[in-house]
Design a protein around this ligand. Sequence first.
Ligand SMILES: Cc1cc2nc3c(=O)[nH]c(=O)nc-3n(C[C@H](O)[C@H](O)[C@H](O)COP(=O)(O)O)c2cc1C
Length: 367
Amino acid sequence: MDELLYRNFAKPFFFKMDPERAHHVVMDGMRQAARLPGGASLLRAMYGVKETDDMAQELWGLHFPNPIGLAAGLDKNAEAVEGFSSIGFGFMEVGTVTPLAQPGNELPRLFRLPPDRALINRMGFNNEGTQQMASRLSALHEHRIPVAVNIGKNKITPNDEAYKDYEKCISSLYPYADFFVVNVSSPNTPDLRKLQHGDDLSILLQAVKKQMNVEAERHGEAKAVLVKIAPDVTDEELEYMTAAIKDSGVDGIIATNTTISRDGLTHPNAKETGGLSGIPVRERSTEVIHKVYRQTGGKMPIIGVGGVFDSQDAYDKIRAGASLVEIYTALIYEGPGVNRAIISGLRELLRRDGYSHIREAVGADHN
Ligand SMILES: Cc1cc2nc3c(=O)[nH]c(=O)nc-3n(C[C@H](O)[C@H](O)[C@H](O)COP(=O)(O)O)c2cc1C
């Protein structure tokens, strides 16, 4: 019913609007709805997902009520955590946040490709900075699901000083994040992706780990830090990256960010510069998850993201090695009912294959 409502009324309304304007309307709606008396309960009644033992997991000392999370980039400033926590997500990322507020790229910078079930964005880390995020997160009343803070560097910061930006993000936000995600994979900040390669990655991750340890000591609590990687890497590069990530002692990998590939697209917006998300990145991101899982011997938890639209897509990533899965583009195309649909479908797929808990399916394709 909710899906029909979205498909027949809300989606046609939003899809007539400029994509970024629609984004702001949705964010306002999510923020306001959760603040109205009874608003969060109403959202939960409409879109929430009941926690069940078979879908819940403990990772990095945190409790994940279900494996489907909101990917980074939608709630860049942590404005609607309560709203997103109420529509069935098992966890969410906020950000990417940078130490200083910055406007991002010129508009237009977000494009729909409906026949390809995809988006192209070149937002460029538009965000209000760590200070504003700290005040938003510290004011949260409820804390229902793990909230990760995804961190990046300001556009004006040169790459050889990038580590300082990541350190600043960690030190300003440590008390408010359940875990951190180091984003070195967005295609829209010039040269950011270079930080994924060679010595740059090891140097950065060393600095990040050091800062995490300092803050753990200061606050008396250790927290996890993950690295988010791009899909546009050769096998050789991926092997190097995975080895460097493993050696650095970080706690997990998020695979993947958007792609700069334009293979197989039909919509004229394919000519736009930026990162492509949605169905066209689905297979490649699952392939990267598979390779990372193999290279880490399944010992480092992976969050899979890229083109997950339904339960089969999520299941493919879990079987390839993802312990958790995130979505972004599917939420735009399918609406907020998508979490419920994915989770109930996942349960059926688990049962069909004789698993009684989601963890038994993680990496099953490697057996
Ligand atoms: C408009 C838009 C903005 C995004 N911003 C960020 C971001 O700030 N940081 C980040 O790590 N990923 C960002 N992403 C990437 C998503 O988190 C995700 O990795 C990617 O879209 C693939 O997942 P999907 O196919 O489910 O959308 C963004 C994606 C979109 C569509």
